[in-house]
Design a protein around this ligand. Structure first.
Ligand code: 8X3
Length: 250
């Protein structure tokens, strides 16, 4: 029987690419996100490859997260792989002028949302003594850069949660690992800069950024290792990037 993967933030970017790659590798999918039309489009696209169930929720809404996961149809209830991908940056402002609504959004989505989803899925993995959780962090979870303040704090929290999950789940057979990407060309910067496409596009100009598919390939590699192999923590950068602030642009 094929395995089932649940991917949060699957309607675009890295999450969508992961869903497509896992479908190509034979996984059945539960794709989660806020925008049901985008999820439906993805489901239609994957229809001839695998079975797909859509879960529409905002990870900030803990009751909705709980209800949606608990009410999954029987054939999608057993989650073998959880990809905690949902996350965004909102704003890139100095701490002294930061927008508190942006701070709420980043902490609520990137940290609390990840916890709500995980809390619903982990017990069944523990019970079966099997499962694999991949947390999508960021280079911003390993370093802090100017104006990255709260985004970086949220991703440092993901780094801590990744380690904490691995410690607490030690001995249960559940694997926990993280991928921490650097610059990946997605709508990430468009969201960060609130629709200012000129600013957003300039982030990815003058060098070759990573593509969402580059991260998806790595997810497939991680989940297809034998069960005694856990890739615990990876940082993945474009070759042109040495750190958050050092990018070799032409
Ligand atoms: C995305 C990468 O460098 O903008 O998490 O923080 S960065």
């Amino acid at each position: 029987m094929s395995k089932t993967a649940l991917v949060t933030g699957a309607s675009s970017g890295i999450g969508k690419a992961i869903a497509i790659a896992l479908a190509a590798s034979g996984y059945r999918l539960v794709i989660c996100g806020r925008r049901v039309e985008a999820l439906q489009e993805l489901k239609d696209k994957l229809q001839d490859k695998t079975e797909v169930q859509i879960l529409q929720f905002d990870v900030r809404d803990k009751e909705k997260v709980k209800g949606a996961i608990q009410n999954l149809p029987q054939e999608f209830k057993k989650i073998d792989v959880l990809i905690n991908n949902a996350g965004n940056a909102h704003g890139l402002d100095p701490i002294q002028t930061g927008n508190v609504d942006d701070w709420d959004a980043m902490i609520d989505i990137n940290v609390k949302g990840l916890l709500y989803v995980s809390r619903e899925i982990i017990p069944q993995m523990v019970e079966r003594k099997a499962g694999h959780i991949i947390n999508i962090g960021s280079i911003a979870g390993k370093e802090v850069y100017p104006n990255g303040n709260v985004y970086s704090a949220s991703k440092h929290a993901v780094d801590a949660i990744n380690k904490g999950m691995r410690i607490d789940l030690n001995g249960t057979g559940v694997r926990v690992g993280a991928i921490n990407p650097g610059l990946v060309e997605t709508n990430f910067s468009e969201v960060r800069f609130k629709g200012d496409s000129e600013k957003a596009n300039s982030v990815y100009q003058g060098y070759q950024p990573l593509k969402a598919e580059d991260i998806a390939d790595i997810v497939v590699f991680m989940v297809t290792r034998p069960s005694h192999v856990n890739i615990a923590d990876l940082m993945v950068l474009p070759t042109a990037q040495a750190s958050s602030t050092i990018v070799n642009k032409e």
